[in-house]
Design a protein around this ligand. Structure first.
Ligand code: PMP
Length: 362
């Protein structure tokens, strides 16, 4: 096999090895068509089977029925920041937003740009978003509460979603989708860019409840209406066929190889416990940036005693075959992304490297 590093990138990120092998094995001839999946028509039966399979798997993993629609859209999660308020909020409607970092801030900005009536009901900006607010209270009558379930840059994650008294949640789950079981029925809409836990860049998964779908105003541009995509099973225009195909393989990997979301969560917890556990015992050499109860199991953000040491750490780790450990350029520091496809062996190797590095430089 070709040389492969331990990939801790934040996204695009590691994909499960069996998925990559499957893509490779069938790249030149997809299901006996004599064509690559990269070459076949999206109107063909073999592709139809792919998209149908992906829809069914998403619904099974979320344990939802026909009152939810599964869409594969383009434009990234960033387009959802606008599509959500555009489609859901008509004049007179209000929505709540919780601000837990860079991506929530962008979602809020887009809703405001569209002049929608939204309230920021909680924020952790006072301490540079190092925690998930504890006391989140919905505005009575709000149509939805928007949360970012995992904050990729700040390294925080909701341990439990806010109690909303029946107000549906709308969640950006870009960086922790299918990393753990959730109670999907509490959500009116979930969206996630694929390039962290679900597949390659180029497709955004949207799961929308029937009553929320019906809210799409008819006078929105065609491509920006959820109903356009729901009515045509995500094939109103040419969908990102390859990205959807890979997502389907990743979903199959979670279900059949891993054994489902409970086991996925157990593995993610095991990896997180190992890394956080080591850092907490490192005598302050490695300092996680997130508060204990808000720590992300997906993006572990941490600091070393100085920026020079952080630079050296990332450089030496890269040389040792541990890639993608630099923190986001907006916050600095270090970040190890431990998405579903990053296995315990990779995290064990990272911790071993960290021990050696601390010994030499501490
Ligand atoms: N939300 C979150 C939580 C993210 O991590 C990202 C990307 N890092 C985005 C939204 C933006 O996604 P995209 O690049 O697909 O627009």
């Amino acid at each position: 096999m070709d040389y492969r590093i331990r990939n801790f990138n934040a996204g695009p990120a590691a994909l499960p090895l069996p998925v990559l092998a499957e893509i490779q094995a069938h790249l030149l001839n997809f299901k006996g068509t004599g064509m690559s999946i990269l070459e076949i028509s999206h109107r063909s039966k073999p592709f139809d089977e792919v998209i149908e399979d992906a829809v069914a798997r998403v619904k099974t993993l979320l344990n939802v029925g026909d009152d939810y629609h599964v869409l594969f859209l383009q434009g990234g999660a960033s387009t959802q920041f606008a599509m959500v308020p555009m489609n859901l909020l008509s004049p007179g409607d209000r929505a709540d937003y919780v601000n837990t970092g860079t991506w929530s801030t962008k979602a809020i900005q887009e809703a405001k740009l569209l002049k929608k009536d939204i309230a920021v009901v909680a924020t952790s900006e006072d301490r540079n978003f190092c925690y998930i607010p504890a006391d989140i209270r919905p505005t009575p009558g709000a149509l939805y509460m928007h949360v970012t379930s995992n904050n990729t840059i700040k390294g925080t994650q909701y341990a439990a979603f806010p109690e909303t008294g029946g107000i549906p949640l709308v969640a950006d789950m870009s960086s922790d989708m299918f990393s753990r079981p959730i109670d999907a029925k509490r959500f009116g809409l979930i969206y996630a860019g694929a390039q962290k836990n679900l597949g390659p860049a180029g497709v955004t998964l949207v799961v929308i409840r029937e009553d929320f779908l019906k809210r799409s105003p008819k006078d929105l541009p065609t491509m920006l209406r959820y109903t356009t995509h729901a009515d045509k099973n995500s094939m109103y225009n040419t969908p990102p066929c390859f990205a959807i195909y890979v997502m389907d393989l990743v979903l199959a990997w979670i279900m059949e190889h891993v054994g489902g979301l409970a086991e996925m969560e157990r593995r993610n917890r095991e990896k997180g416990d190992l890394l956080y556990g080591y850092m907490d015992a490192s005598g302050g050499f490695y300092k996680p940036t997130a508060d204990v109860g808000s720590r992300s199991l997906m993006n572990v953000t941490f600091r070393l005693p100085s920026e020079d040491l952080e630079k050296k750490f990332v450089e030496e780790a890269t040389k040792a075959g541990l890639g993608g450990l630099k923190g986001h350029r907006s916050v600095g520091g270090c970040r190890a992304s431990l998405y579903n496809a990053v296995d315990l062996a990779a995290v064990t190797e990272l911790v071993d490297f960290m021990k050696e590095f601390a010994k030499k430089n501490g």
